[in-house]
Design a protein around this ligand. Structure first.
Ligand SMILES: [Ca+2]
Ligand SMILES: [Ca+2]
Length: 172
């Protein structure tokens, strides 16, 4: 079930068809992101597919601007948030954690793009990760890692990731 994305292209197609049948203009979507669900007041969206880490970030920024709310690549900071996102059944996706300057294998030198304090947590990272596998310069997090409910680091330039997860805060 982890290969199935929770998109609903059919809904958009139906909406477009109804609008056209009614003589209306097709709707204009303000963002490529797809709504996934809400957890503890934060909304989560999937970016479009096959993006680098920076491209996924650009979609998060665009979505935040479109919604007029603070948005960033998902910061998974609790087990509850991890479980909520895992149970959506998403493929491995970029989230908002990246390595900052320092020794590649220093597991503490990472940061959340949301600005929340980064705490190295073996319940959030996969066993032995982040590991800069083969010294390839792995510097950005993917979640889940295959069917495992944990984060793995890979190179941020790889566009092999199916997409990313965006987290949007409620308006104050
Ligand atoms: Ca969060
Ligand atoms: Ca890794």
């Amino acid at each position: 079930m982890h290969s199935r994305r929770l998109r609903s292209p059919d809904a958009r197609l139906i909406l477009t068809s109804v609008a056209l049948a009614a003589g209306l203009l097709a709707p204009v979507c303000v963002s490529a992101a797809t709504y996934l669900g809400s957890f503890k007041g934060h909304d989560y969206y999937a970016t479009s597919a096959n993006l680098t880490f920076d491209q996924a970030h650009a979609e998060a920024t665009a979505l935040g601007a479109a919604l007029g709310r603070r948005a960033y690549m998902a910061a998974i900071t609790t087990i509850e948030e991890r479980d909520f996102l895992y149970c959506l059944g998403l493929p491995s996706s970029w989230i908002g954690v990246h390595r900052i300057a320092g020794p590649p294998l220093d597991v503490y030198r990472w940061a959340w793009d949301s600005g929340e304090p980064y705490i190295y947590d073996t319940d959030l990272w996969c066993s032995g990760e982040p590991n800069d596998y083969f010294g390839l310069g792995e510097n950005a997090g993917l979640f889940p890692w295959g069917t495992m409910p944990c984060i793995n680091d890979i190179q941020d330039t790889l566009a092999q990731a199916p997409g990313g997860i965006i987290e949007v805060e409620p308006n104050e």
